[in-house]
Design a protein around this ligand. Sequence first.
Ligand code: UN1
Length: 518
Amino acid sequence: MRNIREAIRRTNPFQKDFTVDAQSILSDLGIASLVADGDLAVTSPITGEVIGRVKQNSTADVDAALGAARTAFATWRNVPAPRRGELVRLLGNRLREKKEALGRLVSLEAGKILQEGLGEVQEMIDICDFAVGLSRQLYGLTIASERPGHRMAETWHPFGVCTIISAFNFPVAVWSWNAALALVCGNAVVWKPSEKTPLTALAVDRIFRDVLDEFGSAPAGLASVIIGGREVGAALVADKRSDIVSATGSTEMGRKVGVAVAQRFGRSILELGGNNAGIVSHTANRDLALRGILFSAVGTAGQRCTSLRRLFVHDSIYDETVARLKELYAKVPVGNPLEQGVLMGPLIDVQAFARMQDALEQAKGEGGKVSGGERVTVKGHENGYYVRPALVEMPSQTEVVLKETFAPILYVMRYSDFDDAIAANNAAAHGLSSCTFTTDLREAERFLSASGSDCGIANVNIGPSGAEIGGAFGGEKETGGGRESGSDAWKAYMRRATNTINYSSELPLAQGIDFNLG
Ligand code: UN1
């Protein structure tokens, strides 16, 4: 192993010490040879420097991948579901072995702190476990028929090819939420990761290739990866052979994907942005609330779909809460996300930084009082876009507050009436996640009720981010309406058939219709 690393080190065109580390992670994951030469440069947000070059796929590759996936599907759908579960069980096992290396690569490529990189791989392992159990529980219903001697049933069948489009911020977990379910449900999968994070995708693909070898009898073409940008993405989405398109990313992207898939009557699962809010009641456990707020607003440098972006604080505790938040914000250790103790890594790239600065300028123009948000220089990584998290006191929900900016900006506002705060929570175009911090049972239940939060995720006494895989994940309105991961989200990956079986020798018609000749 050392010799291989030495050889890579010597031939590595990216000479910095840091990237030598990148090379050793890549060789641990068995993909160093794929990352030496190619037309797509991969930049680590940690250093702002190129850590590898990979080959992009063409639309001809899309055609081949979808063709092979359709062929694989024809076989895979007939493999008993518990046996399909065995493949996913092996994937979970292999991910357990590779957790450290893959978690590091997630940090390196997406810029999230190592704890979160490891957490992301843990989510992959968790969904594999979930899917293995599910492979023995793809239950249908028996339904009472209105006709004598008849039985009705609902059965669930594999759907086809599930095309997964994922974003940079959860570069590997999103694939697994979809793929683990899709595979046990009898589908083939094709994955187009973000062009910002192809290395982690190639590493997962490599892991999965080994798993397929170990499994031994999976059809060729069952799972593939397409590296590239809009052109290959559009080709995947337009193609009828992408029976399901599960897309995670911006609302702008989702609007195009949703329309293109609907036009050909395909099925889409959209998990788009979120402009997630929290309501802090005067009855809240303040210390707990502050910890929850900090993780959700600052964690992943505010680059989760579920990040906390809007905070409504009860008038009576507003000044104290803002003062304490400012203290905490000033203390957040910003730096190299691979270093222990650092809680906030860099933004993904210069565009993300520019969008953050624009939003802060706009906020000032709309009456906001900004603390933090400035660029931070991290020694040795001067080309990375590190910032202090920003806390912005706003007089009300102005235009900028109602816009999702994928950055660590938390807009804070006052409220005096809990129902007004719920209405403010629901005023956003997105409907992904939400929370309230309260110890008042009536407030908590109101928030969760039919006239409460309109989001797909509504939490009490935890922040809006960091969901477990056991629940269905996704949200309403401009979040796209799709559900992934736990609960009965598997149903979106299957085809439902309603069966009526007549075991009598009569032919009574439904609704009592008489249809007899003469
Ligand atoms: C995302 O940002 O795309 O709830 C998903 C969470 C994570 C998923 C985030 N489990 O924060």
